[in-house]
Every structure is written in C-alpha cells, then in structure tokens.
Design a protein around this ligand. Structure first.
Ligand code: SAM
Length: 264
C-alpha cells in the first residue's frame, strides 16, 4: 500500500479510536483477536510463500498491465508496463496480513472462498494453503497478472485454486451462481466506493450466518472509507473489526451488533 496523505490522516484517526484486545468485551471477538489475529506462530506454509515473495520482488520481467480498478480513474481501463517486482512491492499482500488471512481461514474452516483481485496470487496462496480441502475461486481482470499467478500456484504445487480472468462486474454474477453457498470472501480489487458496495451486495446473495468477509485497504481513500463505514452499518452485518489495513465483517445473528477498532 503506497503512503498517501489520506491514509496517513486515517491512520492517525485509527490510532485515536483503537483499543487493544483488553478493551474488547465480546467473547467471540476477544478469542478471535487472541488466538487468530495476534497469533505470531510460524507455520510450515509460511516459508515457501515468503521465499516466493522474495523471488518475485527481484523479478525484473516487465508485463503489460490492464487496470480495471481505481487506477483507471474515469476511464473503464488503463494500460501500463510494470515489472513483476514492482507489482509485488506496491500491491501484493505483505507477510503480516497474509498470515492473518491464513489464520482466519485455518480458524473458520471455510469450504468455499472467493477472492476479488488475485494479482500475482500471493494472498490466494495464503488462503489456499491454509485449507487444502477448500475451494478457492479467484478473479483477476489483468491477463498478464493472472498468468504470473498461475505459474506461482504451480511452483508451490497448490491445486485447490480456480482462476477466472475478467472484470468483476462481468465474472462475479455468473461465478456466484456456480459456486453456491459462500463461506469466505476476500475483497481486494477495484478500490472505489461504488464497486466495493456493489461487490459486497453481490457476494451477500450467497452468504449465510457464518460467512466471513475480509476487505483490504479500507482506509486507502475517502471513497473506500465511506464504503467501509456503510458496510459496517449494513442491516445484515452484526460485528465488524477495523484493523486499519483490513476490515473483517461477520453476519452472525447470535452476536450483538458492535463495531470494533482494534490494534493488533
Ligand atoms: C491490490 S491488487 C490484489 C492483490 C492481491 N490480492 C494480493 O494481496 O496479493 C488488486 C487487483 O485487482 C484487480 N482488479 C481491480 N479492479 C478490477 C476489476 N474491476 N475487475 C477485475 N480485476 C480487477 C487488479 O488488476 C489488481 O491485480
């Protein structure tokens, strides 16, 4: 995530609002923070992903990027040339948050996962390796990034990932119909207010009481922050957790409605 003025100010607001796990009175959230979000233990799956990330950071191969997201600004898409190393440095998940994704999947044991925004596949790998028996469906609009992701999945011999290439608004409606019940969603692409809410509403169609939603870059821009605030107030959402970079949302009806801002 590039450092932007909006994000710096948002981080200062987050520091003022946030509390540690000791300020949390919900047993569900306290356990989640204690056992999952703050879990710093090593896992055998982390080293191969870490090594792959290091290798990709050094990769100077230039690829042609098609951007259908916030980077396209007012156009429907934009082209640019970028090295694989720079893509990983600027937009792939870092190890800290990759581990959080991994631990969330390991803890909640979702069987069907959808990711919006695979890029070169690092976050996809964290989720797929956390639960080899789960099915991970990942969508990426840029063909060249998707090809890089495919080779990364192959290099780590991870086979529970299905890749879809195309714009979210075109691929997601059909994919939702195909996959049926959705247990876990990671939304990490098209960081605009409208797209984030539209994609959330679409994914909600197949969600159930125990579905977990994870949003990346919730304070990346004013639009993303507005989308996140509206998601936390959505009638179907009971508990939301703001970790600054990521936001986690639960629909569990048995939990009392609460919004947490937590430092981990
Ligand atoms: C932040 S990157 C994803 C990083 C990846 N999840 C990770 O952490 O390793 C967002 C990705 O979403 C893709 N994307 C953005 N808007 C899109 C859209 N409307 N349709 C399809 N893909 C899109 C971009 O091409 C980009 O690769």
């Amino acid at each position: 995530m590039r450092l932007r003025t909006f994000t710096v100010l948002a981080y200062m607001r987050y520091l003022v609002k946030s509390g540690s796990r000791h300020s949390v009175h919900s047993p569900f959230v306290y356990t989640l923070v204690d056992q999952v979000l703050r879990n710093k233990d090593e896992h055998p799956s982390f080293a191969p992903i870490r090594n792959l990330r290091k290798k990709l950071l050094r990769k100077s191969q230039m690829i042609e990027i098609t951007d259908f997201g916030a980077g396209a600004r007012r156009n429907s898409y934009a082209f640019r040339i970028e090295s694989v190393g720079s893509i990983v440095r600027n937009s792939s998940i870092n190890e800290r948050y990759g581990r959080i994704l991994f631990r969330l999947v390991e803890y909640f044991k979702p069987l069907t996962l959808i990711e919006l925004g695979s890029s070169v596949g690092l976050s996809t790998l964290f989720m797929a390796m956390a639960s080899p028996s789960a099915r991970v469906f990942t969508i990426e609009g840029c063909t060249a990034k998707s090809a890089q992701a495919a080779s990364n999945f192959e290099s780590l011999k991870v086979s529970n990932i299905s890749q879809y290439i195309g714009r979210f608004d075109i691929v997601l409606p059909d994919l939702i119909g195909e996959v049926g019940k959705l247990d876990f969603a990671f939304i990490d692409g098209n960081h605009t207010y409208t797209a984030t809410l539209t994609n959330f509403e679409l994914l909600l169609k197949n969600a159930h009481n125990d579905t977990v939603f994870v949003f990346d870059d919730i304070h990346w821009s004013a639009g993303m922050e507005k989308a996140w605030n509206e998601i936390t107030e959505h009638e179907g959402v009971t508990v939301s957790i703001d970790l600054f970079r990521m936001g986690i949302v639960f629909l569990k009806k048995e939990l009392s409605r609460q919004h947490f801002v937590i430092r981990i």
